[in-house]
Structures are given as C-alpha cells and as structure tokens.
Design a protein around this ligand. Structure first.
Ligand code: UD1
Length: 386
C-alpha cells in the first residue's frame, strides 16, 4: 500500500550535534519501511561549523538538509525565538503530517512549541528522561517538549514513570530503545583507529601505548565550564589524572573559549594531555571504543560508553539516564576532585564497572519508531477522513 497522497511528509528536525546521531538511523528506517515514510529534513542551524556540524553529517551519511533555518548562536531566548519565527512558515508551506524532534536541545523545544500552536502533531524521540535539575537548560526543554508531544518514544523504562508523574497519558508513550545506539552499532566497524586520529593531528600514537591505556575527556556543560573557579578546579584534577593515564581531550568551542578567557591554558599544557577540536563521529567512536575510561559531562557519552562496555565517570551531580548507572558502566562523580581521583584510581586498578547492555539497545530502535509511527499516522488519517 503506498503512502496516502494527501498525508504530508514527516518533518524531521535537527539543530545541534547530539541530534545528528539520533536522526540518521530514523531517516534510514523511514526510507526502508513499507510503505516508505516521506521525510523532510530541517536543520535549524543551531550548530553550524565544520567540527560541530559538517564532519558529523558526512560521517553519519546524513542527507543534506532540505531546509536550513541558519539561526546560529545566541542567548537561549534569542536562539529559541529565531528558530520559532523561521520554522513557522515551513509548516505553512510544507503541511507535514507531523513533526519529529529528538533529544533536548533548544531547537527541539522551539520547533515543538510552534507545532503545538498550529495543531501539527509533535513526535518526541528520547522522551521522558529527567535529571530533576531545573537549572539545566536541557531539563526545561525535555519537560516542556514532552507536555506538547502527541507521540513519545522512550529509550529506557524509567522514562514512562517520569511521564505519568507529569500527567502524560500512557497510551501516548511507546518504549522503543535507543536510536543513538542504533548509530553506534551501525558504525562500529567503520570507526577510525585511535592511532590514526592522533597521527592526523601530528601526535605520536606511542603516547596511547601506555600500559594503562588512555582516557577520553569531554567537558561542555555551562555548570562546569562557565565559572572560572569550577573550570580551574576541574582542569587541575584532570592534570593530576594525566600523570596516571594519558588524556585525549576533545574540546567543545564553549570550553576552549573559556579556557582562553580565564587564562587556564597552562593547566593543560602537558605531553600527556592531547587537546583535539570536536571530533567527527567515526573518530570519536574509535577513541571511545579503545579507551580505558571516559571522563565527561555529556549526556550521549554516558550511553555510548555503556553500549561499548567502557567505564565512564560523569562529571555531573545527576543524570537523566539512570539506566547507565543501574545497568551500564556509568558512575556520577560530580565536579568533586576527590571523587574524580578515587573513580579513576578504581578503574585503573581494575575495579571499573563492566555493566550490561540495556533492553532494546540493540540497533533496531529506529525500525520500531518507523513501524509504530506509520501505524499511528495512518490510523489518525483514517479517523479524520472518516
Ligand atoms: C548545545 C545543547 C546541549 C548539547 C550541546 C552539544 C542547548 C540548550 N544545549 O549546547 O544540550 O549537549 O549542544 O554540543 O541546546 N559554537 C561554535 N560552533 C557551532 C556551534 C556553537 O563555535 O557550530 C559555540 C558558540 O560560541 C556558541 C557556543 O558554542 O555560543 C554554545 O553553542 P550552543 O548551541 O548555544 O550550546 P552548546 O553549549 O553547544
């Protein structure tokens, strides 16, 4: 049966780096589904430069966006408002059957909010995750997007309890697993060898032949990098850690700017700390898969390290992804130097978590979304027509 001619495309929205690896398998699953779900890819332009955008698009074999709203960087209010203003005419022109948003970035909420006011159904992938920390901009984006969404796809079972507590009807929620892990499994064999990644930037790969391996570091949360004292304390403990295990630090532009602004560069100048720009997807996957441990404040890396069985110390007080702690390899250490030292020591002495793979993190989450969404849209269409 072909897709009904009068049922518009699914507008799929991406804005920032962590959206890209979630959307790639969804677009592939839509194309492979029978009937194929017609999709239109809209990029808000929240992330735009080569390191944060172009390298990931090509690594993930994402198609060129059909529409780019080119909003760029700004304060949260200005950025959210710009996405809303520029997205509204897209809905008027393209008349989608629904809009699918992923994750928790500003672009996710901005597009969902426009739809809610125009009676366009919103589909949220990675719904129901909660850190219960409203100081985190992403938490506000998550709570509000889920309130607006008509169909909610979850990555772990704890999400349903969060959603029902907030009054979201259970029939709207569907547990499908983790699309980010679909991308990881689809690309695992293509990942670049860590030695190749280091050689490409002129670093002698002998550094990571260290018998203890190496640690991958990322840091970009405003709560960790926007205040000089916090960032200084974190870099000081990383410097200490580097004496036990060499660090490969892929640095977000926000962090790089703050290291310069607060004049903290000296703390990182050591032959045992390799500073890299944000990495492509295949480079990062290779670095993670080969690492002895990960030290990060990222949401995605908590899940990716769990899927790879690599111990992860999360430099945050809380996580919206509790399954990575309960079943995976993740441990929360906050920005507390003593907890970081202790965590690293345990992992290097062989006491790190090995974990297990959570339910439905099996590479087929996007297929489940395509199947459920096609059924849901066709039923809704038939109901409206009848
Ligand atoms: C955003 C998301 C965060 C996600 C992160 C991944 C929100 C609220 N936050 O945070 O959840 O974990 O992306 O990176 O949506 N910049 C560049 N090049 C770019 C994009 C940004 O240099 O292509 C610089 C700009 O100086 C910008 C800063 O990074 O001001 C922050 O970018 P922004 O999109 O506002 O937030 P992120 O910190 O990246």
């Amino acid at each position: 049966m072909p897709w009904p001619a009068d049922l518009g495309p699914v507008i799929c929205v991406v804005g920032a780096r962590p959206n890209f690896m979630k959307m790639a398998p969804i677009l592939r699953a839509f194309a492979d589904h029978r009937p194929a779900l017609p999709a239109l890819l809209v990029h808000t332009g929240q992330h735009y430069d080569r390191d944060m955008n172009d390298r990931l698009f090509s690594d993930l074999r994402l198609p060129h966006p059909d529409i780019n709203l080119e909003v760029g960087s700004a304060t949260h209010a200005v950025q959210t408002a710009a996405v809303m203003q520029r997205f509204e005419p897209v809905l008027d022109e393209r008349r989608p059957s629904c809009v699918l948003v992923v994750g928790d970035v500003n672009s996710t909420l901005a597009c969902a909010l426009v739809c809610a006011k125009k009676d366009v159904p919103v589909v949220h992938v990675e719904a129901g995750l909660r850190s219960h920390d409203r100081a985190m901009p992403e938490e506000i984006n998550r709570v509000l997007t889920d309130q607006i969404a008509d169909r909610l796809y979850t990555t772990e079972r704890s999400a349903l309890a969060n959603l029902t507590r907030e009054g979201v009807a259970e029939q709207r929620v569907c547990f499908v697993g983790n699309v980010m892990i679909d991308s990881l499994l689809a690309n695992r064999q293509l990942a670049h060898a860590p030695a190749k990644t280091l050689q490409a930037v002129g670093v002698d790969p002998a550094l990571i032949d260290d018998r203890r391996g190496y640690a991958v570091v990322t840091l970009h949360r405003p709560s960790n990098v926007d205040r000089a004292e916090t960032l200084q304390a974190l870099l000081a403990v990383l410097r200490e850690v580097s004496e036990s295990v060499p660090l490969i630090f892929a640095m977000h532009p926000r962090t790089r700017a703050n290291v310069e602004r607060f004049r903290l560069g000296d703390l990182l100048s050591s032959p045992r700390i390799v500073l890299l720009p944000p990495q492509g997807y295949l480079e990062m996957l290779g670095l993670l898969a080969g690492a002895r441990l990960v030290l990060s404040d990222s949401g995605g890396l908590q899940e990716e390290s769990t899927a790879l069985g690599v111990p992860c110390l999360t430099i945050r007080e809380n996580t919206e992804r509790p399954i990575t702690i309960e079943q995976g390899t993740n441990t929360l250490v906050g920005a507390n130097p003593q907890a970081i030292r202790q965590g690293v020591h345990e992992i290097l002495s062989g006491a790190g978590k090995s974990g297990r793979i959570p339910e439905f993190w099996d590479g087929r989450a996007a297929q489940r979304i395509a199947a459920d969404l096609a059924t849901w849209l066709l039923a809704r269409h038939a109901q409206r027509a009848g």
